[in-house]
Design a protein around this ligand. Structure first.
Ligand SMILES: [Zn+2]
Length: 383
């Protein structure tokens, strides 16, 4: 991974690069910053830079023998330690080494990795991920090996917050008397959770959040968002790239739901049975899966609720996306006291049946026909 792949943090990059070129590489460093700031990919880029055979003043070359191995995270002098737990695949004494294949895959897929994503990836259920004492034995073994190809052996430790005291103390001893030409990079998110003894023995590299403007520019570039949308998301995600990605994914889904809902209601209003059949077949065929079908029903309920709110005086509409506002002003008069309870029940029931493996085609058609009737119920006088 090259420095240029990491969002923002220009000053930190510059300082790291200078320290290498001036021969001031501190042997134990703590890259501190909140989740989603990119301190893990930054640590990898730094290690790659140190090991690169053709480095410039700006970045590693990305093409030399060392970089090629680094880009695949398979350089023999690059080692990782990260929290793990047992799983169906690794039943006994879980360690980083046993999960290294999944780890490489996870980072290569998405270098801005969160602990929750990692936990999902290795399917450890609800077990707490830890760096256990089995791990410190592995660390000692690795460090006793000679370096293969680089001047430095690098060990990147992700989430030192997850050391238990015994394994943390073992690591401390190693950090205090490190083997020659060994570099430890600890990548932490919360300094208060790192053992104070570890903190006091490492040099702090403050990474911090990604600046809002920098994140905004990245979102425009990477996802072709409009500047105003990117600005809003960058602001909401508070310098956290992982959150920004989630928000983008979420808004994409909402848009898709909104379009589906609009088409659906159009046919329902017209009592267009053929259209409703096609719509229901489409709902069953698009690669939605039950979870997303349920989410769509939930989205529909949200629109019905907002319609009621609009009818009964809550003009603020804060929970409504901008593309929904116009739609709601036309749609909301049809949702009122004389049909809302039945509509809500209809959708709750549908959700219940989706969960219990009802045939989605039949279910959505059934809901469509009932809804067509309900939408024709006249509003009570005076609303
Ligand atoms: Zn290189």
């Amino acid at each position: 991974m090259q420095f240029k792949k990491i969002i923002g943090h220009q000053n930190v990059k510059k300082r790291l690069i200078n320290s290498v070129n001036e021969g001031r590489i501190s042997h134990a460093q703590l890259f501190l910053g909140p989740e989603g700031c990119g301190n893990l990919p930054l640590a990898i880029a730094y290690a790659q830079y140190i090991s690169c055979l053709e480095k410039s003043e700006m970045d590693s070359c990305g093409e030399c023998q060392s970089c090629i191995k680094y880009e695949k995270l398979i350089h023999p002098d690059l080692h990782f330690v990260f929290p793990v737990a047992s799983s169906a695949e690794v039943k006994d004494k879980p360690t980083s080494t046993k999960y290294i294949a999944q780890w490489r895959e996870a980072i290569l897929d998405e270098p801005y990795l969160s602990l929750a994503h990692w936990q999902n990836r290795i399917e450890t259920g609800n077990k707490q991920l830890l760096i256990s004492k089995n791990e410190s034995e592995d660390i000692l073994k690795i460090l006793s090996l000679k370096t293969y190809e680089s001047e430095y052996k690098v060990m990147i430790i992700w989430y030192p917050e997850r050391f238990n005291i015994a394994s943390g103390n073992k690591l401390l001893k190693i950090i205090e008397e490190p083997p020659n030409k060994t570099l430890f990079i600890l990548v932490a998110q919360d300094s208060e959770q790192v053992l104070t003894t570890i903190l006091s023995r490492t040099q702090l590299v403050k990474v911090g959040r990604i600046q809002e403007e920098v994140l905004q520019a990245e979102l425009v570039k990477k996802y072709s968002l409009e500047a105003s949308v990117a600005h809003k998301i960058a602001h909401q995600s508070d310098g956290n790239f992982i959150t920004a990605q989630k928000l983008i994914e979420h808004s994409a889904t909402e848009e898709e739901f909104h379009d589906l809902f609009k088409d659906w209601m159009r046919s329902a209003f017209k009592g267009n049975v053929a259209g409703l059949i096609i719509w229901s077949e489409n709902m069953a065929n698009i690669s939605f899966g039950r979870e997303k079908q349920k989410q769509f029903l939930k989205y529909s309920l949200h629109i019905f609720r907002e319609s009621l709110m609009k009818n009964y005086g809550d003009a603020e509409m804060e929970r409504v996306a901008s593309n929904e506002v116009k739609f709601l002003s036309n749609f909301s008069p049809y949702i009122h006291g004389a049909n809302c309870i039945e509509i809500i029940e209809l959708f709750n029931d549908a959700s219940y049946h989706i969960e219990r493996n009802a045939n989605p085609k039949i279910l959505f058609l059934d809901v469509s026909l009932k809804l067509t009737k309900l939408l024709r119920v006249e509003a009570p006088v005076g609303t």
